[in-house]
Design a protein. Structure first.
Ligand code: PMP
Ligand code: GLN
Length: 389
């Protein structure tokens, strides 16, 4: 008989909440507002470009660091939006989604015995990836409902062994946009303690209410010690394409690329080329996406409030969170199940974004869905609330 326990760190992480809850939604025929993927597809011109490229150009291994045309487009994008000047041939690397960018960054930068600071609630991949490197995760928590950063807690978390801080801004699952003051404070601590900041900025274009996205890399002193991660999945609503990018100073990027070369080596060239095309030619599409999403956020948020839910402010991303205490005595995991089975709508319990003991009164719901899907969800919730009353 074969032994199948496998890697103990991964065994302890189990299956991600996104997979289990999508399964749950399918099983019960509920509206899936759990896993974060948009209903709308990306720009049609990118699909056409992809098809043409696939037929007419090379489908063999592209360069390990990425197709030059995509590295160049990523550099142009950074300059266009943030006045951030990057050398495309030494400071940009294409990855297989932001997930691989995170994995390569953490594996490339951390050694056993190092510490990595993570900010809870945290995107689910961070913790197992840090643990797999042999480094120790050290977490601090933002405080709901406004998700403010406790700077003293961050200072206390830093030790001589801290090598990395991961900052997800805009933040999944909270929809928080870090203020400039918060980002500057993190940057100052990073500089003072010789720490690298891994800035997961996949939702950079999905910011609402006229707020501004401030890349960590543009702050004073951060050009040399920030790893900036982006994802075409979020920029173009093409989450299945899995084309991501890292921008970092040459020495950092070289270190990270040592991991990338053994994890994936490359990303499909046709997808890279189509993303390069989109970054330059579909600017209007992706800069207006936030406007469309904001309307969906407003609809879902207002409808939930009218049904008695307490909705926490969401200023960015695909997600909003509700405080379920106003409508249930259950914890978030059990409420999520009940809402799926009895209410016909599936979310994600926010406790899944914590290490260990967690707040258990928050549920994350996606609003990056067609209006008809959101209306269906709201209709189901209204009926469920009426029956419950
Ligand atoms: N970081 C965050 C905060 C995310 O929400 C996601 C999920 N989409 C990722 C990284 C992974 O992005 P990708 O699909 O490009 O791997
Ligand atoms: N990032 C998406 C979310 O937070 C899901 C990613 C995934 O399914 N792994 O819902």
């Amino acid at each position: 008989m074969v032994t199948t326990v496998g890697n103990r760190i991964l065994a302890a992480s189990g299956t991600t909440v996104f997979v289990t809850n999508t399964r749950l939604a399918i099983e019960h025929g509920s509206v899936n507002l759990g896993q974060g993927f948009p209903d709308e597809g990306g720009p049609v011109s990118m699909m056409n470009f992809l098809a043409d490229y696939t037929h007419q150009q090379s489908n063999q291994y592209p360069p390990m660091m990425g197709l030059p045309e995509l590295c160049q487009a990523v550099a142009r994008h950074a300059e266009r939006f943030y006045d951030l000047k990057l050398d495309w041939s030494g400071e940009v690397m294409v990855t297989s989604g932001a997930t691989e960018a995170l994995a390569s960054s953490l594996i490339g930068l951390l050694n056993p015995g190092d510490e990595a600071i993570l900010i809870e609630p945290l995107y689910d991949a961070y913790l197992p990836l840090v643990r797999l490197t042999g480094a120790t995760p050290v977490s601090i928590r933002l405080n709901p409902p406004d998700w403010s950063l406790d700077l003293d807690a961050l200072k206390r978390a830093i030790s001589p062994r801290t090598r990395v801080i991961v900052v997800n801004n805009p933040m999944n699952p909270t929809g928080k946009v870090f203020s400039r003051d918060e980002l500057v404070a993190i940057a100052e601590l990073a500089i003072a303690n010789d720490i690298v900041v891994i800035a997961d900025e996949v939702y950079e274009h999905l910011v609402f209410d006229d707020l501004e996205h401030i890349p960590m890399m543009t702050l004073p002193g951060m050009r040399e010690r920030c790893v900036r991660i982006g994802s075409s999945g979020k920029i173009f609503s093409l989450t299945g394409w899995k084309v991501g990018f890292i921008s970092a100073a040459p020495a950092l990027l070289k270190t990270i690329s040592r991991a990338h070369q053994f994890l994936v080596f490359t990303t499909p060239p046709n997808l890279q080329a189509a993303v390069a095309y989109g970054l330059d030619n579909e600017v209007e599409w992706y800069t207006s996406l936030a406007h469309r999403l904001q309307a969906q956020r407003d609809y879902l948020s207002d409808s939930l409030e009218s049904l008695g839910f307490v909705v926490l402010p969401s200023r960015a991303t695909y997600f909003l969170t509700v405080d379920i205490r106003a409508v249930s005595d259950d914890n978030d995991v059990s409420f999520c199940r009940t809402l799926t089975i009895d209410g016909g709508v599936t979310g994600v319990p926010v406790s899944a974004f914590y290490i260990g003991d967690a707040p258990d009164h928050l549920l994350r719901l996606c609003f990056c869905k067609d209006m008809s899907v959101l209306e269906d969800a709201v209709g189901r919730l209204r009926r469920w609330r009426t029956v419950a009353a």
